[in-house]
Design a protein around this ligand. Sequence first.
Ligand SMILES: Cc1ncc(COP(=O)(O)O)c(C=O)c1O
Length: 389
Amino acid sequence: MYSTNLTVPAPKIVDRQFKKPLLCGPGPCDVWPSVAEALTKPVLSPLCDELFNVLDDIRAGMKYLFQTQSNLVLAMSGSGHTGMEALISNLVAPDETMLIATRGIWDERAYEMAKRYGINAVAYRIPYNRSFSLTELETQLSKYRPAALFITHGDSSTGTVQKIEGLGELCHKYGTLLLVDTVVSLVGVPFFMDAWGVDGVYTSTQKALSGPAGISAVAFSARAEEKINNRKHDPPFYFDIKLLAKQWNCYGNTRSYHHTLSPPLIWALRCCLQEVCKETLPKAWARHAATTAYCHKRLQQMALEFLIPNPEDRLTTVTTVVLPKGYDYLEVVKYMIKKHNVLIFPGLGPTAGKSLRIGIMGVNSTIEVVDEVVNALTDALRALTKSSL
Ligand SMILES: Cc1ncc(COP(=O)(O)O)c(C=O)c1O
């Protein structure tokens, strides 16, 4: 009856065939088989008891992963950027100063976000192929006495890991909150929120947790919580931690509606946490360290060089490796996907055109996966020699 009113005809949305590649870039990573199953669990309505029970499980699991006793732990609906934006918008007021320790693209994103909130964003930039010394960070902290310092623990654009231990104490000496991105490091590398004095932290699911993207856990220290409770500015409604704390029942007395959470993502995150809790963090860290050490040994046997000169600065979950002169990074990546269905990434931001990025993490942190990736890379370098050199 209404058909004559349609000005846009229905498109033909055909079925598509897609052969899933082995995901060994800096993320997303493959998901645990149990997580793939969890994604098909029933829909939970926003106010049913079972949803709130699942949220309680997630909060307990995330406290373990972040190693925090804090109550203000929950998950944001959105990918890792949502966690970044939630920390910045809740903890730093317009006109306050935020110092951004910058060595890769995630810090540049934080800088950009801070500027959009009217925050006085100050970037302290170092070369992309190393991490910061605590001494140089203290020099910047004493110079600016910022409301917050933003720093990335594991940087997937450069393949570097930053020492966080000791930084919380330094920040607090200058009245600064310490905000840390652990999107690509959590579970793959040791992290201790409370012991290291971290005030705000976020992570994402699609890296070493081996879950689907779209949900980002955050946690706040007592210091951060005090700032949130006494702040004069309003963050965006969707990111408001005061409101979300009620939905997530952070204080044990509220089970309320803020927005409709995605049941597949909630179930999936809960299942990722079950996997990590079953394995335990120390074993997950040891597995990642051993598998990556094996990967590095094989890359060295191929006479390839690491982009990051100091082994202590190299991130366990993402390795940046330099190809001999004459190879085109993108061509190598394309060959590996086409011939072997193995997906690794070329460099990004400061490392574009300078390295490959190989992600060995989560369910893919195994010797078998390393062999598959390195064998595919060996074949690519052999096959492409003539055309590229
Ligand atoms: C270290 C780091 N931080 C933040 C992000 C952004 O996360 P998302 O793409 O899930 O928004 C990424 C994504 O690769 C990342 O590796």
